[in-house]
Design a protein around this ligand. Structure first.
Ligand SMILES: Nc1ncnc2c1ncn2[C@@H]1O[C@H](COP(=O)(O)OP(=O)(O)O)[C@@H](O)[C@H]1O
Ligand SMILES: [Mg+2]
Length: 361
C-alpha cells in the first residue's frame, strides 16, 4: 500500500500543489505555519473522508475560495487507483474512485489505510479520556466497516436524547418518545462497546513486546478498556440512571464516557506516570496500532508523522525510526536536524515555504 502522488487545489493555504512521494521515507520540512500539517491533513482526509483534526469541510477550503480539490494516486496490490475529492462550502463533499463517483464515504473503506501520529497523540495518556476515545474512534473507523455508521448514528441519537432531557420539563409529551431514543442508544452503543473491547484486547496482545523493547525490559504495559457500562448491562443501567439524567439534563451512561487504562508494572500511568513513561506508553500504543493494521489487513498502513520526532529523546526516536523504516512514511519537521540525517535513510525531502513544496531526492 502506497501513496504515489498528491494534488491539491485551494486546500488550506495551497492554491495549487503537486507532490510525488517516494515509496519509503518522505520528509516534509519548513518553518512553523507554512502548511506542513495541512499536507498530512489532506492525505488523511482523502484516505478516510474526515480530517484527523476534526475540521469541518468549509474550514479546509482556502480562504476566499468556494471549493477545494484533492487528488491522490495510490497503489494497492500492484494496481494504481485515483481518489478525487471535491470539497464544497455548503454541500457535502463529492468523492470519486477511479473516476466513478461514490455515494457514501464508507465506500472508501479498505482502499488505503493511514495512521497519523501527532504531538497530541503523545499526550494521550496524560490528557483527558476524550482524546483516548478519539484514538479508538479514528482507528476503528478504518478497521471496522460498520463502526463509522454506528458511531455517527450513536452520536446523533445521543444529541437528540440530550435535547429531549433539556426540554422534557416544559414539554411533557416528550415522556412518550424518550424510551424510543433509549432503545436506539443502546442498540448503537452496544456495537461501539463490543468493537472497542475487541480492539483493545487485540492491541494489548501486541503492545507488550513493543513496550518491553522500548523500555529495555523495565516496564510491562497492560492496556485495558474501561467501558462506562458493559454492553450486556447498558439498557439496565440507562434505565437505572434515568432520574439522574433528567436531573442533570444529560445522558450520563454510555460509551461516550469510556476510557482506556494504561498500567505499567501495575501503576496507572494516567495518574501516576512520569511524563517520560506516559510518552513511552503512547508511542508503544501507536507502534502497536501499526502492527495491528498489518495483521488484520495484511498490509502495512501509510504512516503520517506530524512533528513528533522533536518531541522524543534520541533513544525513543531511534526505536520509532527503526521500526518504521520499511513502511511508507510522510514525516514533518521544522529542520533537517542531524539526528534525521545521520540515523535514518531519507528517500525524498520536500521543503515547504510560501504555499509551495519543493522536492528533491
Ligand atoms: N482555510 C485556509 N485557507 C488558507 N490558509 C489556511 C487555511 N487554514 C489554515 N491556513 C493557514 O495554514 C497555516 C498553518 O498550516 P499548518 O499546516 O498547520 O502549518 P505547519 O507547517 O506549522 O504544520 C497557517 O498559516 C494558516 O493561516
Ligand atoms: Mg504542524
Amino acid at each position: 500500500m502506497e501513496i504515489k502522488s498528491l494534488e491539491l487545489q485551494n486546500f488550506r493555504n495551497y492554491p495549487e500543489l503537486k507532490i510525488e512521494f517516494d515509496e519509503k521515507t518522505n520528509i516534509i520540512y519548513g518553518d512553523n505555519a507554512q502548511g506542513k500539517t495541512n499536507i498530512l491533513e489532506s492525505v488523511y482526509l482523502c484516505a478516510t473522508s474526515r480530517s484527523h483534526k476534526g475540521a469541518k469541510d468549509r474550514e479546509m477550503i482556502r480562504f476566499g475560495e468556494e471549493e477545494a480539490h484533492i487528488k491522490m494516486i495510490i497503489c494497492k496490490n500492484g494496481l494504481d487507483h485515483r481518489i478525487d475529492m471535491h470539497i464544497r462550502k455548503s454541500k457535502s463533499k463529492g468523492i470519486a474512485i477511479d473516476g466513478i463517483p461514490i455515494r457514501k464515504a464508507s465506500e472508501l473503506f479498505g482502499l488505503i489505510h493511514v495512521i497519523i501520529f501527532s504531538p497530541e497523540d503523545l499526550s494521550m495518556v496524560k490528557n483527558g479520556p476524550a482524546e483516548r476515545r478519539r484514538f479508538m474512534d479514528l482507528e476503528l473507523c478504518q478497521l471496522d466497516r460498520l463502526y463509522t455508521s454506528q458511531l455517527s448514528a450513536y452520536n446523533k441519537v445521543l444529541a437528540d436524547r440530550n435535547r429531549i432531557l433539556k426540554d422534557i420539563w416544559v414539554k411533557p409529551e416528550y415522556e412518550e418518545i424518550l424510551p424510543l431514543y433509549d432503545i436506539k442508544l443502546v442498540n448503537y452503543g452496544k456495537y461501539i462497546i463490543e468493537a472497542r473491547k475487541k480492539f483493545l484486547m487485540d492491541l494489548n496482545d501486541i503492545v507488550k513486546d513493543i513496550h518491553a523493547s522500548l523500555t529495555g525490559g523495565k516496564e510491562e504495559l497492560v492496556l485495558s478498556y474501561e467501558p462506562n457500562v458493559s454492553s450486556e448491562r447498558f439498557d439496565e443501567e440507562l434505565l437505572r440512571g434515568a432520574e439522574r439524567d433528567r436531573h442533570q439534563k444529560l445522558t450520563l451512561t454510555g460509551p461516550h464516557r469510556d476510557d482506556i487504562c494504561f498500567l505499567s508494572n501495575g501503576i496507572d500511568l494516567r495518574k501516576y506516570g512520569s511524563q517520560g513513561q506516559q510518552r513511552s506508553a503512547a508511542l508503544s500504543l501507536k507502534l502497536a496500532e501499526i502492527e495491528l493494521v498489518k495483521s488484520q489487513s495484511k498490509e502495512y498502513p501509510v504512516l503520517l508523522l506530524d512533528d513528533v520526532l522533536s518531541e522524543l529523546d534520541s533513544s525513543r526516536q531511534e526505536n520509532l525510526l527503526g521500526r518504521i523504516n520499511h513502511i511508507q512514511t510522510l514525516l514533518t519537521c521544522t529542520g533537517l536536524d542531524e539526528f534525521v540525517k545521520n540515523r535514518f535513510s531519507i528517500n525524498k525531502i520536500f521543503h515547504v515555504m510560501d504555499n509551495k513544496a519543493g522536492g528533491y531526492q
